[in-house]
Design a protein around this ligand. Structure first.
Ligand code: HEM
Length: 397
């Protein structure tokens, strides 16, 4: 099969491509960096760092608005345009400005105490067990609570949001999904409505009451915004944490180095975001005829931005397949680029660091089974399905 034929059948949502996707994308980078796929009604798969940046930095040509056909991330939210996520240019900038104060490094540091408390409790429960699957037992547990806190949901109600998110993600039938979806919608709508006219220093109260271009956002715009913010803050951090812990569980020398010097954690986190970017692929739509890497593009064409592929682009990272500490600091695409670059990256960094600190302090010797072969997922989000570990000793807290 030629690379172009391989590209024609490439579907980022195919559940079977997780283990081979990096090799496939490497071929695309070499032979057809803007590759045409017939999946999902047709799309161009952008794989090299330079073209990814070009697309991300030109919202006037490559739109994030799902209404014009971007690869839809959350079809269940219908045709309502999500503020921020699905907006371009000036409209997007207005929302981003309103939200910025909640996402500064300083604001992010303000979440550290809550993350530490929750992580310490969870890890303390794990310690005597001597074994766990870190994905459900740890990675998936904290991020929804942190997003709930960021939204301004009172602490006693945060586990409700977390359990709704998990029920929706784990629904075994359409009926279960629809029931969980309805409860989730009702929960968020009640939170939104309770904040109309209220004061409070949290994301939801702020966006509910912000004047955006001479009006207030309606309930359904805010609902979609809240859905996407929960997804952006939850699934990403869960999967990134799984990739980090997998690395530490499979590489004794690395884990020992980090246990001895937790100051290395920011490097471990950044290298993981480069190496196995949790946000694997997101969409844009062409709104003005153009050309990219010699490929003519027309209004309405859909683009798939494969961020993780850009992070292994040989031009910038010749040994990009390797997870390596101490790389020279180079910008990577794991947090995206351009106007939509991750707004929550400082929160994610704090969250990942604090959870890892707590875990390594209490259980310094966790290990995956000898020869463990992880099953990787791919799609909008990249992660690991399971990180089974055992440990013997633990340190008193
Ligand atoms: C390791 C974890 C994370 C990774 C790898 C990540 C990655 C990304 C990437 C690649 C984008 C750009 C998508 C695009 O342009 O199409 C993005 C956008 C975004 N992320 Fe993150 N993210 C993470 C965690 C978070 C967290 C914890 C939050 C919030 C609590 C968050 C909030 C957002 C928001 C709001 C956007 C949209 C920004 C905009 O449209 O202007 N992210 N993220």
């Amino acid at each position: 099969m030629t690379v172009h034929e391989l590209a024609r059948g490439f579907d980022h949502l195919d559940p079977h491509i997780g283990d081979t996707v990096h090799e496939t994308l490497r071929e695309f980078r070499r032979e057809c960096p803007v590759a045409h796929s017939e999946a999902h009604g047709g799309m161009y798969v952008v794989t090299r760092a330079d073209e990814l940046r070009t697309v991300a930095e030109h919202g006037e040509i490559f739109s994030s608005a799902a209404e014009v056909g971007a690869v839809v991330v959350a079809p269940e939210t219908g045709r309502v345009i999500a503020p921020l996520f699905e907006q371009d240019l000036t409209e997007h900038a207005v929302w981003r400005r309103h939200l910025q104060p909640f996402f500064t490094p300083r604001a992010a540091a303000g979440h550290a105490g809550y993350v530490r408390r929750v992580a310490r409790e969870l890890v303390a429960e794990l310690v005597p067990r001597g074994e766990a699957d870190f994905v459900p037992d740890l990675c998936a547990r904290i991020p929804p609570l942190v997003v709930a806190s960021l939204l301004g949901i009172p602490e006693p109600e945060r586990p409700i949001l977390a359990s709704l998110v998990h029920r929706l993600a784990g629904a075994g039938s359409e009926q279960e999904a629809s029931e969980a979806g309805q409860e989730y919608t009702d929960f968020l709508l009640a939170q939104i409505r309770a904040r109309r006219g209220a004061s409070g220093n949290d994301v939801l109260t702020s966006v509910v009451n912000s004047d955006i271009g001479g009006r207030l956002a309606d309930d359904y715009e805010l609902l979609k915004f809240a859905f996407l913010l929960v997804a952006a803050g939850n699934l990403t951090t869960t999967d990134q944490l799984a990739s980090i812990l997998l690395e530490l569980a499979c590489d004794d020398a690395l884990r020992r180095r980090v246990v001895a010097d937790p100051g290395l954690l920011p490097q471990v986190i950044e290298e993981s975001v480069r190496h196995e970017s949790a946000v694997a692929a997101t969409g844009r739509t062409v709104v003005t005829d153009t050309e990219l890497a010699g490929v003519p593009l027309h209004k309405g064409d859909r683009m798939l931005l494969t961020w993780g592929s850009g992070n292994r682009d040989e031009k910038y990272f010749p040994d990009g397949d390797e997870f390596k500490l101490g790389r020279p600091r180079k910008p990577h695409l794991g947090w995206g680029a351009g106007a939509h670059r991750c707004l929550g990256l400082h929160i994610a960094r704090v969250e990942l660091r604090v959870i890892c600190e707590e875990l390594l302090a209490a259980i310094p010797d966790f290990r995956a089974p000898q020869g463990f072969v992880p099953q990787r997922s791919y799609g909008v989000i990249r992660g690991v399905k399971s990180v089974p570990v055992t440990w013997r000793s633990h340190r008193a807290q």
